[in-house]
Design a protein around this ligand. Structure first.
Ligand code: IMP
Ligand code: MG
Length: 180
């Protein structure tokens, strides 16, 4: 696996610091409120697991599974719900927890979906953000680390299903995805 990595872009230490900061802010902002964290599978589960342990107020959590990429490194723009959440979010605050905002299409779709379910609010928290790639305007209330327009793997992020278990956010050797 190490031989496929070009470089470490964001180390686990830098991620940890940012997650602490986000967890602290979320704990303050949602104090006394009923909060549901919704992790976006598959990539978002690593971040969700770390983030929720930095949150010091009681929270409920659930997972939603969406697919927008297949095995490609560019978004198709098609968002498909593969598994929905089980929790009823009516009259609750929803915080969508995502690994990375790229074009913004996935989160725009998810925000609209949850807004149809009578929540008190729907906000977004992301570990990583590639603002230079945005295709749709979307507000990210809890923004993580800004990264350049490079394809990244690790910390939940995959290439063709692999590398999610890398503890750091890394770039993949271009020869592995530009095969001609
Ligand atoms: P968006 O709908 O274009 O914002 O897509 C966001 C999702 O695409 C992220 O949650 C990731 O799962 C995936 N994605 C976007 N960029 C990358 C990348 O560089 N590496 C791996 N997955 C990515
Ligand atoms: Mg994702």
């Amino acid at each position: 696996m190490q031989k496929d990595i070009e470089e470490v872009l964001i180390s686990r230490e830098v991620l940890r610091e940012k997650i602490k900061e986000l967890g602290k802010k979320i704990s303050e902002d949602y104090k006394g409120k009923e909060l549901v964290l919704v992790g976006v599978l598959k990539g978002g589960f690593v971040f969700l697991a770390d983030l929720m342990r930095e949150i010091t107020i009681p929270v409920d959590m659930d997972l939603i599974s969406v697919s927008s990429y297949g095995a490609a490194t560019k978004s198709s723009g098609v968002v498909r719900i593969i598994k929905d959440i089980d929790i009823n979010v009516t009259n609750k605050h929803v915080l969508i927890v995502e690994d990375l905002v790229d074009t913004g299409l996935t989160l725009k779709h998810l925000k609209e979906l949850f807004n149809t379910r009578g929540p008190l609010s729907v906000k977004i928290c992301t570990a990583l953000d590639k603002p230079s790639r945005r295709k749709v305007e979307i507000e990210v209330e809890y923004d993580g680390i800004i990264i350049p327009d490079k394809f990244v793997i690790g910390y939940g992020l995959d290439y063709a299903g692999k590398y999610r278990n890398l503890p750091d956010v890394c770039t993949l050797k271009e020869s592995l995805y530009n095969k001609n």
